[in-house]
Each structure stands twice: as C-alpha cells, then as structure tokens.
Ligand binder design. Structure first.
Ligand code: DP6
Length: 397
C-alpha cells in the first residue's frame, strides 16, 4: 500500500507522440461513434525530433473535476471523443483491477484528471495534429492508470488516424469486420529503423486553416461519392497488399507510385463528393507538376508526393536525392527573403541547381508559395518523458 500522504500528491506522467502521414488514405467511416473505417490504411510515423505532441496527465484526490488545456488554453472536457478516450481507459483500468492484476497506480483510479497538451509545431501550419494529440492522450492516460497492452483501439475513438500514431515506423490500420470495432486496430508493419535511407520533406504550403474538416468531409463523401465506394471495395484491398510488399522490400519505385496514386485518388473522391471538396490549391498542383517533371527528367521515380485534407505536400525520397530536390523546390518556390530559415529539421546541404534540370522542369516560379520545409524521416512511437507540463498544484506551468 502507498503511504497515506502520497495520496494527496498528484500522480503525474508526461509522454510524447508522433504525427503520421498516410500513404494509403483513410477516408470514410462505417460507424461514426466507434470511428470504424470503410477501408484499411497505411502510414509512415514521422520523427518526433521535428513533429510531436507532448501531454502531461495528473490525477489527484484533491482535483474537483476533469480539466484539459490545449496549447495553453483551457478547452471543453465534455468533447465527446475526449470523453470516449477517458471512459475507455478507465474501463480498462477497472477491468484490470477486477481481474486481480494489482498495479501501483490503482489508488488514483477514481480521481479526476488534469490534462495539458502542447505541439512543437504551429497548429496554424495545418499539419494533422489530432492524430498525435489523441495518440498522446491515450498513451499518457494508460501510463497514469497502469493500463497496458493494445491501446490503438482507444486512440482510434479519439480520431481515426490517431490509432496509427501509437506505433513507430510503417503502420497499418486494419479496418476489421466486427460491428463492435474490436478488430479495427493498428499494427506495425516495419519499425522506424527498417528503411534508414528514406527521407521525408513537409512542404508547408500556406498558413490558412482547412475549410472542410476531415470528419465532416468524409461524411459527405460516404453519402455522395460512388468513386469512394469503388475505391474502398475494389482498389484499397489490393493496394494495401502491394504497399506492404513495397515497404518490406524497400522498393522505392513501387512505394512512390502507390503513394502518389493513392493521394490522387483520395483527392478525386473529394472532387466526386457532392458538393465537391477542394483540399489542393495552386501551390499543391504546382508541387505535383514539379515532382512529375523531376521524375521524368531522370526517367525514374525518385520523388513522391502525398496530400491530406489540406494543401501541404509531404514528399518522400531517398537520402541521396534530398539536396538536389530541395534546390529544385527553392528555385521554383522562391522563399520570402525576410522570413526565417526556409529549411527546418534535419540538415540539408547546399548546392546550386543545374541549368539543365531547371530548364527540363521549365515551370514558372511561384514566389512565397511555400513558407518553409520541415526535413524529417520515419520515427518511433509514443514514449514517456520526464519534463512535466503541469506543476505540483496540477495547473499548467
Ligand atoms: C486525409 O483521422 O482526422 O488525413 O477519424 O474523423 O478524426 P477522424 O478523421 P481523421 O482523418 C484523416 C484523414 C486523412 C487521411 C489519413 O490520415 O489516413
């Protein structure tokens, strides 16, 4: 048993969790409440050195109510998806206790929680933050309540794509068949160490927020797009098999082509939605052209793009082509000269663009089309850290 006085001190844990980018997209639910998808999907977990969410959860007998602070601002704890995650973790914790698996943290089970979460990247950049956010919340709650094992099914109930952020490297979300969603889980295909030459660039296209959110966008798509139905039933199942094979054999050409085709099909289903949804803008389309012209110049697929529900491009390539491709991007999207550094994250060496390549691409430059590049790679899943965001009073520091 714990000493009596420790019961008034908050039990506190802090964890970090990564962002993931889908190369086979999730778009459409068969169950809105449980967040069950109409197709499986596959993603690459991005490295937390560049993009991560940090979450502290504290429990204490003295807390009056559950509370949450996101990026410095107190938010509504009654948010249904937040409540789902809290309820499911508490349910698992109770189940463990009833099963007699006495853990150290059981004293705090009935206590209220204080949650504080921050991103190390600007939310305004329009990078998917809900995946990292819910993955981090669920992982941290599980630590606090002493719950172990499969947690992706709970993260999924916060945000579908969050289940894939529960693992590092290359991750599939198996759609499952059951009505209760028990078999709709994420699974690691290969760890982050599997493909060390694979590099990732996030091209931040604009600071504007997306117009149509994923949740409502995919709802309209399920209701109106027969292309989406065809995609889910007849395209994705085969593509998942091919993509897993491409990842396992480190076949960049196959990986890149499947990635681009799947992104394009996802955006085609958005256009097939009625009324249509547009996530790509002129900058996005210029990036697509640039990648295809670059690849055509070399007569091989050296670079791939993918876009989620917004205009930012995520680019995949092998290490040996990073320097040159960054030069190309910088030339065709001349950055704002008074701005900060154009390339953040993993270092990229400087070089000058050959006239030959410049002419072969032959696009009209779009000044300030891209505000900055985040240079990163595949990374690990959630982990526990020491630096807490809540003080001993249970309030944000
Ligand atoms: C285009 O996971 O944000 O990024 O489940 O409603 O929270 P909800 O949606 P969300 O959708 C992500 C859609 C996507 C593709 C993907 O990540 O697979």
């Amino acid at each position: 048993a714990l000493p009596e006085d420790s019961m008034d001190k908050p039990n506190i844990v802090t964890c970090t969790a990564p962002v993931n980018i889908a190369v086979i997209k999730y778009w459409g639910k068969r169950n809105e409440d449980l967040i069950l998808p109409i197709n499986s999907s596959l993603s690459v977990t991005l490295h937390q050195d560049q993009l991560k969410t940090t979450t502290t959860v504290a429990t204490s007998r003295s807390f009056q109510e559950d509370r949450i602070w996101l990026n410095g601002k107190e938010e509504d704890i009654t948010h249904p998806r937040l409540q789902s995650c809290l309820r499911e973790i508490r349910r698992l914790a109770r189940k463990r206790r009833n099963d007699g698996e006495a853990g150290l943290n059981l004293t705090g089970m009935s206590h209220k929680v204080h949650i504080c979460s921050v991103n190390n990247f600007p939310t305004a950049a329009g990078l998917a933050s809900s995946a990292a956010g819910f993955a981090c919340l669920v992982y941290t709650l599980a630590q606090v309540f002493g719950v172990e094992g499969e947690l992706s099914g709970i993260a999924r109930q916060g945000s579908g794509s969050a289940c894939r952020s529960m693992y590092g490297g290359f991750v599939q979300w198996i759609m499952g068949k059951k009505d209760d969603g028990k078999d709709s889980l994420a699974q690691q295909v290969e760890p982050e160490t599997h493909w060390p030459d694979l590099r990732i660039l996030v091209l931040v296209a604009s600071a504007e927020r997306k117009q149509v959110g994923s949740t409502s966008g995919m709802q309209t798509s399920v209701q109106t797009s027969c292309l989406l139905k065809h995609r889910a039933e007849s395209v994705v199942p085969e593509r998942m098999v091919e993509m897993i094979e491409a990842v396992q054999t480190k076949d960049f050409t196959a990986f890149a082509e499947l990635t681009m085709k799947d992104s394009n099909q996802f955006h085609a289903t958005c256009l097939d939605t009625y009324p249509p949804i547009f996530y790509l803008n002129n900058v996005s389309r210029q990036v697509i052209n640039l990648v295809h012209r670059y690849n055509r110049h070399y007569g091989e697929t050296r670079v791939a793009y993918t876009f989620d529900a917004g205009p930012n491009a995520v680019i995949f390539m092998l290490q040996q082509h990073v320097t040159e491709f960054v030069q190309v991007v910088q030339h065709f999207f001349p950055p704002d000269t008074n701005g900060g550094q154009f390339i953040k994250g993993l270092p990229v060496s400087c070089a000058s663009l050959s006239k030959d390549l410049e002419q072969a691409i032959g696009l009209e430059p779009m000044p300030k089309g891209i505000s900055y590049i985040i240079s990163t790679k595949a990374g690990p899943g959630p982990c526990v850290v020491e630096d807490h965001l809540l003080g001993s009073d249970g309030l944000p520091k």
